[in-house]
Design a protein around this ligand. Structure first.
Ligand code: AMP
Ligand code: ZN
Length: 493
C-alpha cells in the first residue's frame, strides 16, 4: 500500500487554469520534465527558487510512494540573447568576452550550479541531459516536423510555421494568446527577415562563419533553436506523452508554447498532462534577473557579502524562507523577511530537539492523526508549503507545552508526532538540522584530534608502522594530515 493510494493530490494545471486531481499515465510512476538553467553565468537566487519549488514537488511525489523520473536539462547551446531568434548565443558571447572556449563556460557554470543546488539540499534529477549532447535527436525532430509540413527551410535555417500549425491546432493555448492578435501586434519590416511570419520561430539556425558552436545538418552547418532541445529531450526520456512539465512562469511564453507546438507538430500528440509554473522571486518588487543585474547570488547570502544584507544566512534558512511562500505566489526577497524566516526555522529545529526528550504521559490533548492529515491536506492542495509550515508550528506549540508539563501525550502519539514531523521537515521540505550537523562536525573533529594524538605517541615510540597506518587510513577517508613545526593539522576533502 502506497501513500498515494489514500491521499488525493491536486495540482494546479496552467493549461486549464484549474486545480486538477493528479492521476499519472502509468499507475505508480511519474514522468516530470523541468527546464533547467542556461549555464552562461552564476545562478541567481531567483533561478534557485524555481528549482527549489520543483525539488519540493519531486520530494513530495517520492514521499507519496511514486517512482519518479525527473528530467532537468542543461541549456548549453541555442539560447540567444533576449530569448530572440537573431543575435548572439548567450554562452558564445560570454566565451568571447572571457576569451574562453564555450565549453569552458558551460563547465564552469554547470559546476557552480550543481554546487549551489547541493548546498540548497535539492535532490539531483534522475537524468540531466544537455542540449549539445542531443543534436542528433533535435535534427531528427526537425526532419519530422518538416515532413509533417509544419516547418520550412529558409537560407540554411529552418523555421516553425506557426500560422500553418494554427490552422488545425491552437498556438497560444497555454499562455492564453491568440495568433491573430499576436500577428496584429508585431510589426516587422518585410523583406528583412527569412521568416514567413514574425511569430515563426527557429528550429535550426544557420551558423555564420565566425560562429563557433556549429554542427553539420541536412540544411548546412548550424545550431538548434532554444525551444527545440526541451521537446527532443523530454520525449526521448519520458515518451511522447508524459505527466508533468515545469519551469518558471516567465517560460510560459514563448518557450513552453513553442514546445507544445513542436511536440504536436512532430508526434501529433498532446505532450503534457499537467503544466506547472513556479512564480518569480523579486528584489525591490522587480523580478530578479541576470540581464538587468537586479539579483542576489546565493553565495552572497551564505557569506553575508552584499550591501542588502545585515548578516549571512545559511542555505537551509534561505531554502526555508522560500518554502514559506507558495510556489505560485510572487515572493519578494528582503533582509527583514529572511531574518524572520531564520527565527522561525530556529524555533522549528529547537522543537525537534525538545521532542527527543519528551516522555509519554497520559492521554494526548492534540489529535495527532488528525493533525497529520492536515499536513497532508496542505501538500495535497497543490503543494501548499506555507500551510504545511503553519501546521508544523501547531506541533511546535504543542511540543513546548509538553516540555512545560502543561500537556500530555501517549506513547503511540509521541511516535506518530515524531515520525510525521521528521518526514515533512526533512524528507518533504528538504530542510536540514544544522545544529545537529555542527554537533557531528564537532564530534568528528574530536575523533581526528584523538587519532593525531595517538599518532604522535606512536612516533615518539618510534612505531612508524602504526603512525603511517593512521595517516594513510585517514587519507583513504578523505582526511589529510599536515605536519608542521606548530604541530599536526587536518583538512577534510
Ligand atoms: P535561465 O537560466 O534564464 O533559463 O532560467 C532558469 C530558470 O530560472 C527558469 O525556469 C526561469 O523561469 C527561472 N527564473 C528566472 N528568473 C527567475 C526569478 N526571478 N524567480 C524565479 N525563477 C526565475
Ligand atoms: Zn525548456
Amino acid at each position: 500500500m502506497h501513500l498515494y493510494q489514500n491521499q488525493e493530490l491536486k495540482i494546479y494545471n496552467s493549461l486549464s487554469g484549474e486545480k486538477e486531481v493528479f492521476s499519472p499515465i502509468h499507475e505508480g510512476n511519474v514522468g516530470m520534465y523541468v527546464c533547467g538553467p542556461t549555464v552562461y553565468s552564476n545562478v541567481h537566487l531567483g533561478n534557485c527558487r524555481t528549482f527549489i519549488s520543483f525539488d519540493l514537488v519531486f520530494r513530495y511525489l517520492k514521499h507519496l510512494g511514486y517512482k519518479v523520473r525527473y528530467v532537468r536539462n542543461i541549456t548549453d547551446v541555442g539560447h540567444i540573447e533576449d530569448d530572440a531568434d537573431e543575435g548572439e548565443d548567450k554562452i558564445a558571447k560570454k566565451a568571447r568576452l572571457e576569451k574562453l572556449e564555450p565549453m569552458e563556460i558551460v563547465q564552469q557554470y554547470s559546476v557552480d550550479f550543481h554546487q549551489i543546488m547541493e548546498l540548497f539540499n535539492t535532490l539531483p534529477p534522475s537524468i540531466e541531459p544537455t542540449a549539445t549532447g542531443h543534436i542528433i535527436e533535435q535534427i531528427e525532430t526537425i526532419k519530422q516536423i518538416l515532413y509533417n509540413g509544419f516547418a520550412y527551410e529558409s537560407n540554411g535555417s529552418v523555421y516553425f510555421d506557426v500560422v500553418k500549425f494554427n490552422e488545425n491546432n491552437h498556438y497560444g493555448k497555454l499562455s492564453g494568446r491568440n495568433i491573430d492578435d499576436m500577428l496584429a501586434n508585431t510589426r516587422e519590416l518585410s523583406g528583412q527577415t527569412e521568416k514567413r511570419n514574425p511569430q515563426d520561430f527557429a528550429l535550426w539556425k544557420k551558423a555564420e562563419p565566425q560562429h563557433i558552436m556549429r554542427w553539420p545538418s541536412p540544411w548546412g552547418d548550424g545550431f538548434p533553436g532554444w525551444h527545440l532541445e526541451c521537446t527532443s529531450m523530454s520525449t526521448k526520456y519520458l515518451g511522447n506523452h508524459f505527466d508533468i512539465h515545469g519551469g518558471g512562469m516567465d517560460l510560459k511564453f514563448p518557450h513552453h508554447e513553442c514546445e507544445i507546438a513542436q511536440n504536436e507538430a512532430c508526434t501529433g500528440e498532446t505532450p503534457v498532462n499537467y503544466w506547472m509554473h513556479a512564480n518569480m522571486l523579486t528584489l525591490n518588487g522587480k523580478k530578479m534577473s541576470k540581464s538587468t543585474g537586479n539579483n542576489i547570488l546565493p553565495r552572497e547570502i551564505f557569506s553575508g557579502n552584499n550591501d542588502k544584507l545585515s548578516k549571512s544566512f545559511s542555505p537551509v534558512v534561505t531554502r526555508f524562507f522560500m518554502l514559506q511562500a507558495h510556489y505560485r505566489s510572487i515572493l519578494d526577497f528582503s533582509n527583514d523577511a529572511i531574518i524572520a524566516a531564520e527565527k522561525g526555522f530556529n524555533r522549528l529545529m529547537e522543537a525537534i530537539e525538545v521532542l527527543k526528550e519528551i516522555k509519554p504521559s497520559g492521554s494526548s490533548s492534540l489529535n495527532i492523526a488528525e493533525w497529520r492529515q492536515l499536513c497532508y491536506d496542505a501538500m495535497n492542495d497543490d503543494f501548499n508549503s506555507p500551510i504545511l509550515i503553519a501546521q508544523l508550528f501547531e506541533a511546535v506549540r504543542y511540543i513546548n507545552l509538553l516540555k512545560d508539563g502543561k500537556e500530555t501525550i501517549t506513547q503511540n502519539d509521541l511516535e506518530l508526532l515524531s515520525n510525521t514531523l521528521n518526514a515533512f521537515i526533512f524528507d518533504v521540505l528538504g530542510l536540514k538540522d544544522e545544529a545537529a550537523d555542527d554537533d557531528n562536525n564537532n564530534k568528528l573533529e574530536g575523533v581526528v584530534n584523538m587519532l593525531i594524538g595517538m599518532r604522535n605517541e606512536a612516533r615518539a615510540n618510534k612505531d612508524f608502522a602504526l603512525s603511517d597506518q593512521i595517516r594513510d587510513q585517514l587519507k583513504v577517508l578523505g582526511i589529510e594530515l599536515k605536519d608542521s613545526k606548530e604541530g599536526t593539522t587536518f583538512s577534510i576533502q
